[in-house]
Design a protein around this ligand. Structure first.
Ligand code: XBP
Ligand code: MG
Length: 230
């Protein structure tokens, strides 16, 4: 019996990765690093989840001098939250209605994300003008766990805080890494690819749709869970 929906953030609640890419590039520029991540660079680097891990991979690739990765990531997070506060980011189509319908149906609402907690707060303020803790009962963020998606850590933390078995929950994701993390935590997971994850392998998903509206709301998700539709 479905009791909770567990939402990924970047690419699922909203198309945020272009804002992340801009925040990374602005941070490199502010540090006088002659580096700029193009869309294609970022698509490749996004296969490494976690901003600190992504910076570390990039530094290893270019053999850059010793850079304080944690400090650079803090600066990037400050830049990202400032950009988010300027507005212009909206929930993905169908996500707001799904959250409202889930709440009206008595489902518990949860976030399990690789991104950092300040970024979740910034998004909630930008799209709902409310703190994330007023929209979601449980929030598990990437800066709280050792291993980022596709490891299950952040989903296991969310389940532990929720106090529900995985079988009573459904994860909603946009990426292969997110799907793998949810499945490794024993969760069923539906996927709607985002602009950076279209074409990834979503084998193992309970259902894959181009947009979240195509899941036909809570009843459609329940039908998928009950095996009534593909
Ligand atoms: C997506 C990620 C994050 C963001 C950047 O998270 O992999 O690393 O790209 O955020 P999810 P940080 O899809 O799980 O929400 O720089 O804070 O990591
Ligand atoms: Mg995502």
């Amino acid at each position: 019996m479905l009791e909770a929906l567990i939402f990924d953030v970047d690419g699922t609640l909203a198309e945020t990765e272009e804002l992340h890419r801009r925040a990374f590039n602005d941070t490199f520029s502010a540090a006088n690093l002659d580096r700029h991540w193009s869309v294609e660079d970022y698509r490749r680097l996004l296969t490494t989840t976690g901003g600190k891990e992504r910076i570390a991979r990039f530094i290893a690739e270019i053999g850059a001098a010793q850079i304080d990765i944690a400090a650079m990531h803090r600066a990037k997070t400050d830049r990202y939250t400032a950009l988010m506060a300027e507005g212009g980011i909206a929930l993905r189509t169908g996500i707001g209605a799904l959250i409202d319908q889930a709440r009206a149906s008595g489902l518990r609402l949860v976030v399990a994300t690789t991104t950092s907690r300040p970024n979740v707060e910034a998004l909630a303020l930008a799209v709902w003008d409310r703190p994330a803790g007023e929209m979601f009962e449980v929030i598990a963020a990437g800066d709280e766990v050792d291993r980022k998606k596709p490891a299950p850590d952040v989903y296991l933390l969310a389940l532990a805080r929720l106090g529900l078995p995985a079988a009573h929950c459904l994860a909603l994701e946009d990426s292969r890494n997110g799907l793998a993390a949810a499945r490794a935590a024993g969760l069923a997971c539906v996927v709607s690819p985002s602009t950076y994850t279209v074409g990834e392998d979503f084998t193992g998903a309970l259902g894959v749709r181009a947009g979240f509206t195509e899941f036909d709301g809570i009843s459609g998700l329940n039908a998928l869970i009950m095996g009534q539709t593909a």
